[in-house]
Design a protein around this ligand. Structure first.
Ligand code: ZN
Length: 624
């Protein structure tokens, strides 16, 4: 690639910690030698995306995307090669030569790179002004008044955009100009505007505490500014909006970004939950109090794209919205989106007029310790609004509730909710269950699109459907994958004779061989053994973890082998039946008679097999 000397590039590649890097964007779980997650490049609910720290690479068995750390950032953030290299070099301490120019970059990419540079310059200026600038006095006082510590301000890279009274109308404009950056492009990013009267550029953010919106990789893509109380009204007495956010731009899509994600990502994974608040200041405050898994949806109602982002890191989301009506409404709107994504929705319900930033810390801490179920909160709100006052009201509440209950993925949890709903609404549980049946038969909405740029089309085209995997063999393979300690027993029982499907056989063989060598291969390594076209299919059937906590693994093994034996016998009986038909059609009576005897013998074997309960003493009885 033009620009960066090859040895520098190698140094950079060697220094990138791919687990750290990718872990900023998705919640990685250890899986053997590798790490796995739900793929950030396509929509999925079971992980098929793997990071291999040894090879410093990532690969998705679902959509086929793969590459190294540089490729990952280019794909995730839509960066050019040079821009991605620059960012990673800075993070991992590699000195790149100055004045790099990538001659292969398109005009569009050059514009993106310059847009990143403009945002970076603006964030640095705002930060500097808040830290030490003469024109940042009021900003510093406001930071103090909101009890934001210097460390927290640094972590969020908070800044201050001075008001005209403090630094004129063009403090940022002049700074960008001096750096030789494009003002028309800064206008597209919503940082400056052009005066109709004088045709000069002037700053858009004025008199505001600035919250840069930062991608997990560290790039600033937009800003959110909170007006200082001093500037809440302009000279004509008009109320300024409390928060002003950058418009959508070539770098920034509102519905696919969360404020605080760059700091919260890995903490959400660790805490196994995300806390979702409404305002940027709430995020900052909660982080400062130790709740570093907190993010906010940036002035919009929560979107499916944002939920997909949350789902990459956490299985549970705690809604911690303002106690006013708007906050309650936002919570009500968020619940179905979370349930749709299979996320456990929890809630911390604050009293009217209280928000997470102003809530009494000890009380909020106690609430966050044990957040209640969002569904139950919803039911109680319905009852409080009169849902059991009349048959009509009960009926309306039931029709509103049934589709939500139907979205609860785990059956056990769903049953509990049905019981709770029955008690709260004063209806028999059967009534609720049948309402659920009705709403579950309704067509399901299409799955939420994955956030982030779409993968390369050539690598993601839908594959031809493959023949279904034999179910009993899948179960046997999955059992062994989840319980490699069964290897000796499995080998003695000759399981490899039963798992014959070419998509499953290599996995079973590898699990047994590795177990004898004292190793446990990860899912990624095992999938590598299978034809690429079948990766997705095998992954979704075999690596489900279904047998991970099975109570009697040996008994289970006997049972799964038994199923395979029976299926093998049944398949042979089907084959022979077809051969008999053919023989009769061809008039080969003798052949047909011999085949019939074989079929008779198979029937006898099957009957014998079915008389014996599956156990290891009988497993040799009817081997094919
Ligand atoms: Zn994928």
């Amino acid at each position: 690639m033009a620009g960066i000397p090859e040895e520098k590039l190698q140094e950079l590649r060697d220094r990138i910690d791919i687990v750290d890097l990718v872990g900023r964007y998705v919640g990685l779980k250890r899986s053997g030698k590798n790490f796995s997650a739900c793929c950030p490049f396509h929509s999925e609910r079971t992980p098929s995306f793997y990071v291999n720290p040894e090879r410093r690479s990532f690969k998705c068995f679902g959509c086929g995307v793969w590459g190294d750390g540089l490729d990952f950032v280019i794909r995730m953030d839509g960066k050019s090669f040079i821009e991605a290299a620059r960012e990673l070099a800075q993070r991992y301490g590699v000195q790149l030569p100055a004045g790099l120019k990538d001659t292969t970059t398109s005009a569009q990419q050059t514009e993106r790179d310059e847009a990143y540079a403009i945002n970076r310059a603006a964030a640095e200026l705002y930060r500097e002004i808040l830290l030490t600038g003469e024109e940042g006095q009021l900003g510093r006082l406001y930071q103090e008044a909101r009890h934001i510590s210097p460390e927290t301000a640094e972590a969020f890279q908070l800044g201050y955009a001075p008001a005209p009274a403090e630094a004129g109308w063009d403090r940022l404009t002049r700074h960008l100009q001096r750096k030789g950056l494009s003002l028309p492009l800064a206008e597209k990013l919503g940082l400056v505007a052009r005066s109709e009267r004088t045709d000069n550029f002037y700053d858009k953010f004025r008199g505001r505490l600035m919250f840069p919106i930062i991608q997990p990789g560290g790039a600033v893509i937009a800003f959110s500014g909170r007006i200082l109380p001093e500037y809440a009204q302009d000279q004509e007495g008009r109320e300024a909006p409390k928060y002003m956010n950058s418009p959508e731009s070539l770098l920034y899509t509102k519905g696919k970004t969360l404020f605080g994600l760059n700091l919260a990502g890995q903490n959400m994974r660790r805490a196994a939950r995300a806390i979702l608040v409404e305002g940027n200041l709430d995020v900052v405050t909660l982080h400062q109090r130790g709740y570093r898994e907190t993010v906010a949806p940036l002035g919009t109602a929560l979107t499916a794209g944002q939920v997909a982002l949350l789902g990459r890191f956490a299985e549970s989301v705690v809604l911690c919205f303002d106690g006013d009506n708007a906050g309650k409404k936002a919570a009500r709107a968020a619940i179905p989106l979370l349930l749709d994504a299979g996320i456990d929705a929890r809630i911390v319900a604050l009293e009217g007029g209280v928000d997470p930033d102003t809530a009494e810390p000890a009380r909020l801490a106690a609430l966050l310790e044990q957040p209640g179920s969002a569904l139950e909160w919803l039911m109680r709100a319905m009852v409080a609004a009169g849902a059991r006052d009349s048959i009509d009201a009960q009926d309306r509440a039931l029709s509103a509730l049934a589709p939500l209950l139907a979205k609860v993925k785990r059956e056990g949890a769903r049953e509990l909710y049905i019981d709770r709903a029955a008690k709260l609404l004063g209806l028999p549980p059967g009534r609720i269950s049948s309402a659920l049946q009705g709403s579950r038969e309704a067509p399901r909405p299409p799955p939420a699109p994955a956030a982030g740029p779409s993968p390369h089309p050539a690598r993601s085209g839908p594959a031809r459907p493959l023949p279904e995997l034999p179910r009993s063999q899948v179960a046997l393979a999955a059992l062994l994958v989840d319980n490699p300690h069964l290897a000796t027993l499995a080998e003695q029982a000759k399981v490899q004779d039963y798992v014959t499907d070419p998509r499953l056989a290599p996995i079973v063989r590898a699990v047994i061989e590795a177990a004898f060598a004292g190793e446990q291969p990860g899912e990624g390594e095992l999938l590598e053994l299978v034809d690429a076209a079948a990766h997705r299919q095998v992954h979704d059937c075999v690596f489900t973890g279904l047998y991970r906590e099975v109570e009697h693994p040996q008994q289970e093994l006997a049972g799964r082998i038994y199923d395979c034996q029976r299926d093998v016998l049944k398949q042979r009986r089907l084959d022979i039946a077809a051969q008999i038909t053919q023989a009769i059609e061809r008039g080969e009576q003798q052949q047909a008679r011999e085949l019939s005897l074989l079929r008779h013998d198979l029937n006898r074997q099957l009957a014998e097999l079915e008389r014996q309960p599956p156990s290891f003493n009988s497993s040799a009885a009817a081997r094919p």
